[in-house]
Ligand binder design. Structure first.
Ligand code: ADP
Ligand code: MG
Length: 240
């Protein structure tokens, strides 16, 4: 499980996360919503150790992410991450792109890495694209490639940072369907998203971020139907 206690993060004078307390249980799907600049991406980067923190702690399966001596590279294998866009290697096939990290980081043999890659590409519905090159894929297929690449590390958690925000509207659904499938299979997920339908239908809980604080967290029925915070209600009125 992921435990976040009194997490503070600053960029220079800018106080971006102002004391976040949050626990994400195994198998839980948490959606994180909120206006641009509210600190959602920074939260994910602090969870996987891409950004140092200024106060508090983040503990993943008992390991303090930011403690001296923590092997962040090893920890990141547990935490798959999918960004808005991922620059795949254009000169490698889809299969080779996904096999690369298992080969290098997990130390699998070439044959093992290709097996894992083929399995995860099948998982995201790209089983017929193994030998294609990334630039032959649609935006939605490229995002599913990015998901397969993260899954090939066999992570225990998946962190999504607006995985569909850069896509043309007609391509959003296939990526959300893949995320929904992972959720149904029991993957533990933190999804920063602007897709309120996904947040409502797929999440166990939804967290609303406002200016660096977690203003409200609760089941979708609460957040979307009976928000306690005026800021939450105003945000939702504007995005719907
Ligand atoms: P969100 O993902 O909710 O849009 P971010 O976490 O990206 O918000 O950013 C929160 C705030 O931190 C914003 O004001 C942003 O400009 C600032 N910020 C993010 N990353 C950096 C950085 N590397 N250096 C300086 N400021 C940053
Ligand atoms: Mg962001």
């Amino acid at each position: 499980m992921i435990e976040i206690r009194d997490l503070h993060k600053k960029f220079g004078a800018l106080h971006v996360l102002k004391g976040i307390d949050l626990e994400v249980q195994k198998g839980e799907v948490l959606s994180v919503i909120g206006a641009s600049g509210s600190g959602k991406s920074t939260l994910l980067y602090c969870i996987n150790g891409l950004e140092p923190i200024h106060q508090g702690r983040v503990v993943v399966d008992g390991t303090d992410v930011h403690a001296k001596g923590t092997d962040v590279n090893k920890l990141r294998q547990k935490l798959g991450m999918v960004f808005q866009q991922w620059n795949s290697f254009p000169h490698l096939t889809v299969l080779e792109n996904v096999a690369l990290a298992p080969r290098i980081v997990r130390g699998l043999s070439m044959a093992e890495a290709r097996d894992v890659a083929a399995k995860q590409l099948g998982h995201v519905g790209l089983g017929d694209k193994l030998n294609s090159y990334p630039n032959a894929l649609s935006g939605g297929q490229q995002q599913r490639l990015a998901i397969a690449r993260a899954l090939a590390m066999e992570p225990d958690y998946m962190l999504f940072d607006e995985a569909t925000s850069a896509l043309d509207p007609e391509l959003v659904g296939e990526v959300l369907d893949t995320m929904r499938l992972l959720a149904e299979e029991g993957m533990t997920m933190i999804c920063v998203t602007h897709e309120m339908g996904f947040a409502r239908d797929v999440s166990d809980r939804v967290a609303f971020f406002h200016q660096g604080t977690m203003e409200e967290i609760g089941p979708p029925a609460q957040i979307f139907g009976d928000a306690q915070s005026e800021h939450t209600r105003r945000f939702l009125a504007n995005v719907r």
